[in-house]
Design a protein around this ligand. Structure first.
Ligand code: CMP
Length: 137
């Protein structure tokens, strides 16, 4: 059993597609082990995406992630990291396979509806960034 971190980004929260996205997880045997709606601060967004700080899109990414509330979740299930990535689809929704979350709900590579951890190691760090152990049930 693995755990992974998922973030429903400000575009999908503003578009009222939280429920439709969560339905994708639950109907694909990913259990919601923790969930909260939060407004990221600039510092939190910079820290969360620190791995991208040298990339040309970093400042825009941070501004986008603080443009409105997000929903952060811990998803749990067999092979959760990879299965969540499959459900999400490619980072750029124009390249995302039909039927994936990004193909169906994202608008652009920046406003791409959802974030998901890309490895088990990053999942552990990203989960710890947002949740205390006792908040994960
Ligand atoms: P995410 O999975 O949250 O991880 C980093 C984010 O940077 C990515 O999704 C995209 O939303 C965002 N981003 C913006 N521009 C680019 C780009 N040119 N290449 C990759 N990611 C980008």
């Amino acid at each position: 059993m693995e755990q992974t971190l998922s973030i429903i980004k400000p575009d999908a929260v503003a578009n009222q597609t939280i429920g439709k996205i969560i339905e994708r997880f639950e109907s694909n045997h990913l259990r919601i082990a923790a969930m909260k709606k939060i407004q990221l601060s600039q510092t939190q967004a910079q820290d969360f995406y620190a791995i991208h700080k040298e990339r040309p899109f970093f400042n825009d990414l941070v501004q986008f992630m603080i443009s409105g509330p997000v929903v952060v979740m811990v998803l749990e299930g067999d092979n959760a990291v990879a299965r969540n990535r499959d459900l999400m689809g490619a980072t750029n929704p124009k390249e995302a396979e039909k039927g994936t979350i990004r193909a169906d709900f994202a608008q652009s590579i920046e406003a791409n509806a959802i974030h998901g951890s890309d490895s088990l190691e990053n999942a552990k760090n990203e989960i710890a960034f947002f949740f205390k152990a006792e908040e994960i049930l």
